[in-house]
Design a binder for this molecule. Structure first.
Ligand code: CMX
Length: 437
């Protein structure tokens, strides 16, 4: 058994009694009440999921396994020549809750390396798709093609015990995660670089190898590491994380669950917002003839967009009530590496003008920027100018968090998810204080 799996097993055995005790002794304790507004309003804020991988405080932002983003970036092992930590170490930390040593990071790297070869048929299927397919469609399809090799699906049919389901999910997750950078880079080079594919380099780490296969020089390797870490998890109620959890709760394997979560991520109100931000910004830039707008001119663009019934992409959040720390981490990177980039200046100007406008209009509960407001700017700067690809990058990162959550859900024996629906009449009766017939 690998070091990571061994450590995970120890953690699982230590954690299981906590869940069992809660369920057995405190199963009837109330933690929340549900209003009609929440039922109609997308189940906003209803406390009904459990995860220890990350927690999203509305005012502080995300904590991964109890650590803030700056703490994670500082404490995880990294090489002196890199600015950002290894994705491999971060995955170890997400899964086990323990900070890995350099040697443990190296072991995860070796484990990914041993599993990273992408079967030829995956590339054949991608090549067979129309070249103008959205890269998220290609990415999701590529993952589905590999479902036939799911360890869990095979083991389940052999009749393995429920207590070891997590092991088969772990095997599937490692097999899948190891292949994602190459599949994503393949889609990128096929679609946007005339099919000039760059083979991977086994000596490079997860982020470094991705940058290499994309054909982009330093510090894009650090951009990749930062990007995958920042996008990994945002507790489990967001569309992608929740979809992954829900699908796997039916004991669909990691391949089905990851493909499904990517399909949710591909929506413009979720992961596609980073693409929308750049499209919108370039619209503003074109109208301005490339000149940096004054604050007043920018305010007019924002107001025109809102008057046209559209949202300002990259602003607002269902849970957060302050500036997203994932936005701030990327802003710091921009201030260091691309402070004079015109697009970055646009984004910074938006940061100045949008919150007051959204506040004045009084609709958005959170007027502050989210992760997507800043991420496309960095990609554009390093020559990834095809914005429809940005959500694929988000998807690689999110797969790390979703897999971790799914492995733990199986380890703790969470059942198939099944909330209860009501009819509109039942809600009307509840509103009138009547019991429904
Ligand atoms: N621009 C304009 N209006 C906005 C807005 C924005 N950025 N953010 C919220 N609003 C509006 C909503 O559309 C809603 O209007 P209606 O009542 O007319 O439908 C109202 O304000 C209240 O919304 P809310 O409760 O503050 O926000 P929600 O929880 O419903 O939605 C989100 C959250 C992210 C979908 C929304 O803020 C939005 O559409 N933002 C722009 C898209 C975006 O950046 N998405 C990425 C989020 C991060 C991620 O998941 O990747």
């Amino acid at each position: 058994m690998s070091g990571l799996k061994q450590k995970l097993q120890e953690r699982i055995l230590a954690e299981r009694p906590r869940t069992e005790k809660l369920l057995k002794e405190f199963g009837n304790v109330k933690v929340d009440e549900v209003t009609i507004g929440q039922i109609i309003g997308g189940m906003r804020d209803i406390k009904s999921l459990v995860t220890d991988i990350s927690y999203l405080d509305p005012y502080e932002g995300i904590r991964f396994r109890g650590l803030t983003i700056p703490e994670v970036l500082e404490k995880l092992p990294k090489e002196p020549q890199y600015e950002m930590p290894f994705v491999e170490g971060f995955f170890y930390f997400l899964l086990t809750g323990e900070m890995p040593t350099k040697q443990e990071v190296e072991e995860v790297h070796k484990e990914f390396n041993a599993r990273k070869d992408v079967p030829k048929y995956v590339f054949d299927v991608i090549r067979a798709m129309p070249l103008d397919s959205h890269p998220m469609t290609m990415f999701s399809t590529a993952i589905m093609t590999m479902q036939k090799d799911s360890v869990f699906a095979k083991e389940y049919h052999k009749g393995i015990k429920k207590t070891v389901y997590w092991e088969a999910y772990y095997e599937d997750a490692m097999n899948l995660l190891a292949k994602l950078p190459e599949i994503a880079a393949f889609i990128y080079r096929l679609k946007y670089r005339n099919g000039d594919i760059i083979p991977g380099d086994p000596h490079l780490d997860f982020g470094g190898n991705f940058a290499h296969m994309m054909g982009i020089k330093k510090p894009y390797d650090d951009v990749a590491r930062l990007y995958f870490i920042l996008h990994s998890d945002h507790e489990s109620g967001n569309v992608s994380a929740h979809t992954g959890h829900l699908v796997a709760s039916a004991l669909s394997d990691i391949f089905y669950a990851t493909s499904a979560m990517l399909n949710g991520l591909a929506g413009p109100l979720h992961g596609l917002a980073n693409e929308e931000v750049l499209r919108w910004l370039h619209g503003v830039m074109d109208t301005m003839g490339g000149k940096i707008p004054t604050e007043d001119e920018m305010k007019k663009f924002v107001n025109d967009t809102l008057d046209g019934g559209k949202v300002i992409p990259g602003f607002g959040h269902a849970v957060l009530r302050k500036t997203d720390p994932r936005y701030m981490a990327q802003r710091e990177f921009c201030l260091k590496h691309l402070p004079n980039d015109p697009l970055f200046k646009y984004v910074d100007l938006l940061f100045k003008v949008v919150p007051d406008i959204l506040l004045a209009r009084g609709k958005a509960k959170n007027p502050w920027p989210n992760v997507d407001a800043q991420s496309g700017v960095i990609q554009w700067y390093y020559d990834v100018k095809e914005y429809e690809f940005y959500t694929v990058l988000f998807g690689i990162g999110r797969a790390l968090g979703v897999s971790s959550n799914i492995i733990w859900s199986r380890a703790l024996g969470y059942p198939i998810e099944r909330p209860k629906s009501l009819t509109t009449k039942m809600l009307e009766d509840a509103a009138a204080g009547k019991k429904s017939d």
